[in-house]
Design a binder for this molecule. Sequence first.
Ligand code: SAM
Ligand code: SF4
Length: 335
Amino acid sequence: MTVPLIDPFQRPISYLRVSVTDRCDFRCVYCMSENMTFLPKKELLTLEELDRMCSTFVRLGVEKLRITGGEPLVRREIMTFFRSMTRHLESGALKELTLTTNGSQLERFADDLYAAGVRRVNISLDTLDEEKFADITRWGRLPQVLRGIDAAQKAGLRVKINTVALKGFNEDELVTLTEWCASRDMDLTWIEVMPMGDIGNEDRLGQYWKLDDLRQSYAQQYTLSDLPENTGGPARYVRLEETGQKIGFITPLTHNFCESCNRVRLTCTGELFMCLGQEDNADLRGALRNHPGNDAPLEEAIRGAIRLKPKGHDFDYSRQSVDGRVSRHMSHTGG
Ligand code: SAM
Ligand code: SF4
């Protein structure tokens, strides 16, 4: 029997997030600079290598795969990869195959994703105002994303909206966004902006909207009940009695969530990051490419990496400077 992946702090690793590309059709101001240099194609894991990599993790006990990026749906032939993961859902080894997307390509792919076994998607959307949307994403257009959301729901996918909480930008849309999500039976999760990557001149402390403050704003408008749910990640949830909807708060900076962390992240070049907030990583691509047809070295490299998973991250805004800053972009590790 395969020994499951357990890290040095006795946390079982059952969740893998995979970035399948560093490219994107948007340039969100908190995520990328306008002129990004992307990786040459040969650096990327091929779709076959992604399959081998993910299948190995599944064999070692990973039950949930989240595909992300960059924008996962701009990777060429990405549906081939999704379809290749269907066999793990059918065997029961994989419990969930899901993705995080900006929604721009969903009109094209929602039905195929459902057919491949995807049942839920997280769609990132920070504003319902067309002009503000174009400002924050630089290259994105709101109507295209709204059509993508329609297509996803029509295909039968459950949609959760992820919104980055940005001071002075979408503070005034708290109720609008909440009611819009409620009217479409979508949950909503707010994410605190994290200090990742060089993104030009943006002032991160200026962007930082503490989710404790946001929670208080909710409490002024709605009756909140805390939900005990713990997904092993940084999200905490409340239910709004008035709308019945679930609101999530991802607060990696305000609260430490590391004690129950069950996840690791694979980049599109095959580096495994054991913690979103640390630079430590392990190269799995070598173990994969140098041993075609033999997964034993890859399994050993994965086990070795998990043994190095740190206890937690060091992001800290409390001293009014951005400490614990990580130089890579979110699009590299996958959000
Ligand atoms: N392109 C897809 C999307 O936007 O959903 C997937 C990748 S994106 C990097 C994943 C998530 O990370 C998005 O919800 C995005 O808003 C979030 N994100 C990107 N940069 C961030 C940052 N610096 N702080 C907090 N969240 C960030
Ligand atoms: Fe692209 Fe997502 Fe980053 Fe926006 S947040 S630039 S959509 S990867």
